[in-house]
Design a protein around this ligand. Structure first.
Ligand SMILES: Cc1ncc(COP(=O)(O)O)c(C=O)c1O
Length: 440
């Protein structure tokens, strides 16, 4: 403690130096807290199962790395390693980002008169953040499903906005809409369209974090129909649907949203001026370069003049927030995708990671069924989720009595399929079942 603290108590310093919004910020990241506890237990010699992480680990607990991407990064000349990227991102990477969003649907969508633009961002988070900065007004609510990735709230609040939600799963599912509460979406959309000039929806799909749920084609179509119908019903309101595609390249249908969009454009033959579809692209998982902060915001709209303007707007936001996104992975990943041989190698490694995730999910589903655990629907990606009220106690019991470390999140427990070997899934399910039994 310094002698100066006699003048200003730390409480005073907080209120003198931080603005009122900053004073309310804080709290350790829950996920890293539990990860740290797991590491401490391991250091004490416990035979731990670590299901806390959101990174893909191999069965020995090491970070899984796509070696094709790593080699391409390591082989870059110095200028690519340390140089600035253009503010919009490298042209090759910006084009690749559109491919990663649309896959083989790109040509049909562009031929239907839709203009696709992109700007490189520091990861998917940068894309999410840029969308709040520009597609709604300060104080507006962003529409999310009730179960969503925790940092969404932080990103939204940092931009002076708030959250509105609709239920994650329907209470009484309609046939073909087992994973979508369509009426709830419609109600919230109507309410926001009547109270805001602009509406922004973030939908983390496929392979939702924290459940692993992927909407099926009929459900994607229903979402798009609702959004489209609201755009037509409220022509004075700008409506943007942003697909957070962070895990899409580990899903059964990586380009499902682009396919649904292509079909909807063909069916309707028109695209309202006040509607925009966006993708937040993240290379963190798909190319295993989490810390290199590489991603993109891809935007689709029929008016090319507007999308040209959009590039300028987003460039400005990037400049004023993070400057340019890092260069090296933009270059390396673009090269991997352009070269047929490298692309095949990358895909082979990506496919083997997907198989690993699928095997682990199957093993966990089987173990959960054997222990009568009722999981949220889980199809793809890094996670599974068990709804329970006593989430914190269940995680405490799993950790202290079973050495199984999971993460209590609002409404339940997240199981990091990405970090747990298939052979340990029985232990995880048993620990959860015991936790539930003890807290009933
Ligand atoms: C749901 C979701 N969206 C977006 C991201 C963005 O990741 P990044 O900014 O590393 O690309 C993540 C990362 O964990 C995520 O889980």
């Amino acid at each position: 403690m310094s002698e100066f603290s006699t003048y200003v108590e730390s409480q005073d310093a907080t209120h003198l130096l931080l603005n009122p919004e900053a004073v309310n910020k804080g709290g350790e990241d829950k996920i890293f807290d539990w990860f740290t506890r797991c590491l401490a237990a391991k250091k004490d010699g416990r035979d731990v199962v670590n299901g806390t992480l959101g990174s893909l680990l191999d069965d020995d607990g090491h970070l899984a790395i796509n070696r094709t991407v790593e080699r391409q990064i390591r082989g870059q000349p110095s200028i690519e390693l340390v140089g600035y990227a253009p503010l919009r991102g490298l042209p090759l990477f910006r084009d690749l980002a559109i491919e990663l969003a649309l896959g083989s649907n790109r040509q049909a969508i562009e031929e239907a008169g839709i203009s696709a633009i992109s700007i490189a961002t520091p990861g998917g988070c940068g894309a999410l953040s840029a969308s709040v900065s520009n597609f709604v007004d300060v104080g507006d609510r962003i529409l999310l499903r009730a179960r969503h990735w925790g940092p969404y709230k932080t990103i939204i609040e940092e931009r002076g906005c708030k959250i509105a939600t609709w239920p994650f799963l329907p209470e009484t599912p309609e046939a073909g809409l087992e994973h979508l509460e369509r009426a709830g979406l419609a109600t919230e959309l109507t309410s926001l369209a009547q109270s805001q000039k602009r509406v922004l929806i973030w939908l983390n799909d496929p392979a939702h974090n924290p459940t692993g749920l992927s909407l099926q084609a009929s459900e994607r179509r229903a979402v798009l129909e609702e959004v489209w119908e609201h755009a037509l019903a409220y022509p004075e309101v700008g409506i943007t649907l942003l697909i957070d595609a962070a895990y899409t390249l580990y899903a059964a249908e990586p380009y499902g949203w682009a396919t649904t969009l292509k079909e909807e454009i063909a069916r309707r033959g028109d695209f309202p001026e006040n509607l925009m579809l966006c993708f937040a692209i993240s290379c963190s998982k798909s190319h295993t370069c989490y810390g290199l902060r590489t991603g993109a915001l891809v935007c689709l709209h029929p008016n090319k003049q507007f999308t040209d303007k959009l590039v300028e707007v987003l460039l400005h936001t990037g400049r004023g927030t993070w400057s340019a996104a890092p260069r090296v992975a933009q270059r390396a990943i673009s090269e991997v995708h352009i070269d047929a041989e490298l692309h095949e190698e990358w895909q082979g490694e990506r496919d083997s990671f997907k198989r690993l995730l699928d095997e682990r999910r199957d093993a966990f589903r089987r173990a959960a069924a054997a222990h009568n655990l009722s999981l949220d629907p889980t199809h793809d990606g890094y996670f599974a989720f068990l709804e329970c009220e006593a989430n914190l106690q269940v995680c405490e019991i799993a950790a202290t009595q079973h050495d199984v470390f999971l993460v209590p999140l609002e409404g339940g427990v997240r199981i990091g399929i990405c970090a747990i070997a298939a052979e340990h899934m029985e232990r995880v399910a048993a620990a959860l079942a015991d936790g539930l039994a003890q807290t009933r």
